[in-house]
Design a protein around this ligand. Structure first.
Ligand code: NAD
Ligand code: TDX
Length: 339
C-alpha cells in the first residue's frame, strides 16, 4: 500500500505521517510538500531515514511534478493536507489561498483520476459551516449544515470540498472528506492561538487576545484527528463527508488564562487587541456520524492534551525558536504592532 500525504511537513500532516508509519509498518508513505513558511523539514527528521518514507519537495499546483510523482509511485491512497491554513493571512492576501486550496486540490484529483487511485481524501475544516451564535449552545454543525463561509480561507476550503464532490459525481473518483474542529498538539505553527500564547508566555511578551476573547472553538488533540482520518480512508464510505470533533468547546480567553497558569505567568500579560475581521463566534462539531459508522471517539481529554502540548513546547524550544526568529518576525510585526 502506498499513500501520498500532501502537506506532511506541516502541523497535522506531519503528525499523520508519524501515525501511519508506526501503525502500518508495511505501508509506503510519500510526503509531497512545497515547504512554504508553514512547512518544516526539521519536523520530519525522525522519519527521513525510514526506508518506508520518501519526501518530495513540490507544489500541489505544479501539474508536471504531481503527475511525475504519481507515475513513479502509483499511489493507492492520497490524503491532502496541503493548504494555506491561517485565517488572518487569508484576510491580508486571499490569492494564494484560492490557488493552493482550490487549484491544488484540482491538480491532485486530476492525477488521481489518471492513475486510478482507490481513495482521495480531502482534509477539510469545520469553518466551511460558518459560525454558531453564543446564545444557542444547543446548536452543532452536522454534515448537512449548509456551507456558509466567513473568511477567504474558509471560502477556499469550501470551494475545494464542492470540487471534490463534483469529481466523485462526474468522474466517479472515490473520494471522502473530513471536516475537523480546531486541532492542538506538537508541531503546531506558532502563528496559531495555542502555540502563539505558549511562546509569548515563555518570552514574557504580551498575549494578544482578539476582541473580547469570548469566541468559542472546539479543540481536538491532533492524534485523535489523525486516527479519525486513518479510519475514514480504510473504512469510511466513498462520497461521504465526516465531521470530526470532541465536544470540547472553550472560550479563547479561558485557554489563554489556562496557559498563563500552567506556565506560572501573570495574567497581566493579556492584551486585548483589535478583533479579526469577520471573526467567527463559535464552532461546535456534532461527531455522531463518525462515531456511529466507524466507532471513532476522541481519546485525549483536553486537560491532559494541553499539559502534554505545553510540555512539548518546553522540551522543543529549538523547533519554535528557530521559526519565530526568522521571517516570522516580519509577519508578527505587521499583524500585531499597533493593533
Ligand atoms: P499547516 O499550515 O501547519 O501546514 C500546511 C502544510 O502544507 C505545510 O507543510 C506547507 O508547506 C504545505 N503546503 C502549503 N501550500 C502547499 C502547496 N501549494 N503545495 C504543497 N504543499 C503546500 O496546516 P495544518 O494546520 O497542519 O492544516 C492541515 C490541513 O488541515 C489543512 O488543509 C487545513 O485546512 C486543515 N485543518 C486544519 C485544522 C487546524 O486546527 N489546524 C483544523 C481543521 C482542518
Ligand atoms: O493572536 C491571536 N489571538 C486570538 O485571539 C490568534 C492567532 C488567534 N486568536 C483567536 C482567533 C480565534 O477565535 O483565537 C481563535 C483561534 O485562532 P486560530 O488559532 O487562528 O484558529 P482558527 O481561526 O480558529 O482556525 C483554525 O481552526 C480551523 C485553523 O487555523 C484552521 O486552519 C482550521 O481550519
Amino acid at each position: 500500500m502506498t499513500i501520498i500525504v500532501t502537506g506532511g511537513a506541516g502541523f497535522i500532516g506531519s503528525n499523520f505521517v508519524f501515525h501511519m508509519l508506526s501503525r502500518y509498518p508495511d505501508y509506503r508513505v510519500v510526503c509531497l510538500d512545497k515547504l512554504t513558511y508553514a512547512g518544516n523539514l526539521s519536523t520530519l527528521k525522525g522519519v527521513m531515514d525510514n526506508p518506508n518514507f520518501r519526501f518530495v519537495k513540490a507544489d500541489i499546483c505544479d501539474r508536471e511534478a504531481v503527475f511525475q510523482l504519481f507515475e513513479e509511485e502509483k499511489p493507492d491512497i492520497v490524503v491532502n493536507f496541503a493548504a494555506e491554513s491561517h485565517v488572518d493571512r487569508s484576510i491580508e492576501d486571499p490569492g494564494i489561498f484560492l490557488r493552493t486550496n482550490i487549484l491544488g486540490t484540482q491538480t491532485l484529483m486530476d492525477a488521481c483520476c489518471r492513475y486510478g487511485v482507490t481513495r482521495y481524501h480531502q482534509v477539510s475544516t469545520d469553518e466551511v459551516y460558518g459560525d454558531l451564535p453564543l446564545d444557542r449552545p444547543d446548536l452543532f454543525f452536522t454534515e448537512t449544515t449548509p456551507i456558509h463561509t466567513s473568511s477567504p480561507y474558509s471560502a477556499s476550503k469550501a470551494s475545494a470540498d464542492l470540487l471534490v464532490l463534483a469529481y466523485h459525481r462526474t468522474y466517479g473518483l472515490p473520494v471522502s472528506i473530513s471536516r475537523c474542529s480546531n486541532n492542538y498538539g506538537p508541531y503546531h505553527f506558532p502563528e496559531k492561538l495555542i502555540p502563539l500564547m505558549i511562546a509569548n508566555c515563555l518570552n514574557d511578551k504580551p498575549l494578544p487576545v482578539y476582541g473580547d476573547g469570548l469566541n468559542v472553538r472546539d479543540w481536538l488533540y491532533v492524534e485523535d484527528h489523525c486516527k479519525a482520518i486513518d479510519l475514514i480512508i480504510h473504512k469510511g464510505r466513498v462520497g461521504e463527508v465526516y465531521n470530526i470533533g470532541g465536544h470540547n468547546e472553550m472560550r479563547n480567553i479561558d485557554i489563554v488564562r489556562l496557559i498563563c497558569k500552567a506556565l506560572n505567568k501573570p495574567e497581566s500579560l493579556i492584551t486585548y487587541v483589535a478583533d479579526r475581521k469577520g471573526h467567527d463566534m463559535r464552532y461546535a462539531i456534532d461527531p455522531t456520524k463518525i462515531h456511529n459508522e466507524l466507532g471513532w471517539l476522541p481519546e485525549t481529554m483536553f486537560k491532559d492534551g494541553i499539559v502534554k502540548t505545553i510540555q512539548w513546547y518546553l522540551d522543543h524550544r529549538e523547533w519554535w525558536e528557530e521559526i519565530i526568529s526568522g521571517e516570522y518576525r516580519n509577519y508578527y510585526e505587521k499583524m500585531y504592532t499597533n493593533r
